[in-house]
Design a protein around this ligand. Structure first.
Ligand code: HSE
Length: 450
């Protein structure tokens, strides 16, 4: 039996228990029930009162669960929870952005606090949801929406709140990172690695969200808003997936001392904010370059603290539940505080969100890895470098490889210094038009993250 320094024994709280209703009992819902039950005593000591799940809703009540539902009233109708006056907090874990939005807005209208792991919901509808929540004086918490168990939202919103955030870069999709890691370590091809990620249960219901960068785009939208104090603007995120990455690029990158990672990057520049998702070469000596498999990591650069790195599980039942439950505890702690003085949803006071422009992709500044196939004869390379020079693109490294099996053209790989994306787009179009260059130029952006 643990003794307590204060008279309170840990189970006899002055305040009545907080009642929670969970919408969705899949992987994250099941994990949330497990963690809240398993750690109930510790959680009560942290929150200052007991937190109990009284109700849960699930589409298919007959399905086998990863959690025990003993003591929880189960229903197929989420509105029963949302309309129950006894429930204080609704935990939304059904995913998707249409029905989830309807349910969350109804919960807010009924004066309930909301905790969600739904990145699409927040990225697409967060501005509207937070406005409604503020009108009602309720909290909408969403730590689990980005990077699963890593408390990255709290880190940026609270831990780094004294800084001007300059940029952040994250590996925030475990499926994509697993695929790239398998391609590099085992030379596996893309579709083969994706099939395994799906079988392991990491991928989204629609895996194109993982591999086309949409899932990263949702998460980046959220991170950028809390980093820079801007409204959520998913429609302005540049997104390029990993489907065109080939094992050969992974190998060439490796030979040049780089790893290819699918990054979400948000950077504040004097012209505006870059919001971009794309495969990126990063020096293999960087810690983040060594984040492999399904793991996630986010690098955040603040003007005062410098670069900070956050690493951990970005998906999975218990890891995501860790963030969901922390949000529930935060809500409970804040229940008695004045709504005007709570931590703002997007880190900055709602009335002071800035209208800094989000830049179109042609205004990005970055370095590049280029791979092209050219005829092996005099003058070809000179044509290519002349085009680059005409667009003020400076080459950092260049290598010519042996022709691939059954090919006559030789692969040429170049790394460039930082340049404007608009200039690179124009240069690539001109290079592809050369009669001596076969097919498309394969372009992968490169960041030193220094
Ligand atoms: N599909 C996501 C991933 C799940 O692979 O990271 C967590 O958001």
């Amino acid at each position: 039996m643990i003794g307590f320094i204060q008279q309170n024994t840990g189970r006899e709280w002055a305040l009545k228990p907080v009642k929670v209703g969970v919408l969705g009992l899949g992987t994250v819902g099941g994990g949330t029930v497990n963690v809240l039950k398993r750690n109930a005593a510790e959680i009560a000591r942290r929150a200052g009162r007991d937190i109990i799940i009284t109700h849960a809703s699930a589409r298919d009540l007959s399905r086998e669960r990863i959690c025990s539902t003993e003591g929880i009233i189960l229903t197929a109708d989420p509105l029963i929870l949302i309309n129950d006056p006894e429930i204080d907090i609704i935990v939304e874990l059904i995913g998707g952005d249409v029905f989830a939005k309807e349910l969350v807005l109804k919960a807010i209208a009924n004066n309930k606090h909301v905790v969600t792991a739904n990145k699409a919901l927040i990225a697409l509808h967060g501005n509207e949801i937070f406005a409604k929540a503020s009108e009602k004086g309720v909290i909408v918490a969403f730590e689990a929406a980005v990077a699963g168990g890593i408390p990255i939202i709290k880190a940026i919103r609270e831990g780094l709140s004294g800084n001007q955030i300059q940029w952040l870069a994250g590996i925030i999709n475990g499926t994509g990172n697993f695929i790239l890691t398998e391609m590099r370590d085992k030379g596996r091809d893309f579709s083969d690695a994706l099939a395994e990620a799906q079988a392991l249960g990491y991928a989204e219901a629609d895996p194109s969200f993982d591999v086309e960068g949409i899932d990263v785009g949702h998460k980046l939208t959220i991170l950028a808003s809390i980093a820079f104090g801007i409204p959520l603007q998913f429609d302005k995120v540049f997104m390029e997936g990993i489907t065109r990455i080939t094992p050969i690029d992974v190998e060439y990158a490796e030979q040049l001392g780089y790893r290819i990672k699918h990054l979400g990057i948000a950077r504040k520049t004097p012209e505006g904010i870059e919001l971009r998702v794309h495969p990126t070469l990063i020096p293999d000596r960087r810690l983040i370059a060594n984040v492999d498999g399904v793991m996630n990591a986010v690098l955040v650069k603040g003007d005062a603290v410098g670069a900070t790195l956050y690493y951990g599980a970005g998906a999975g039942a218990d890891a995501t539940a860790s963030a969901v439950v922390a949000d529930v505890i935060d809500v409970v702690r804040a229940l008695t505080s004045d709504p005007e003085n709570r931590v703002p949803h997007l880190a900055f006071q709602a009335a002071f969100l800035a209208d800094i422009p989000v830049l179109s992709s042609d205004r990005f500044k970055t370095s590049y890895y280029l791979r092209l196939n050219a005829e092996d004869r005099p003058g070809v390379l000179a044509d290519v470098t002349r085009i680059l020079a005409a667009h003020q693109i400076s080459i950092e490294a260049i290598i010519q490889k042996e022709p691939l099996e059954n090919e006559t053209a030789v692969p040429i790989i170049m790394l460039t210094h930082t340049t404007l994306e608009k200039e690179m787009n124009a240069a690539i179009a001109e290079i592809e038009a050369l009669l001596t260059v076969a097919g498309k130029v394969n372009r992968i952006r490169l960041e030193t993250l220094g």
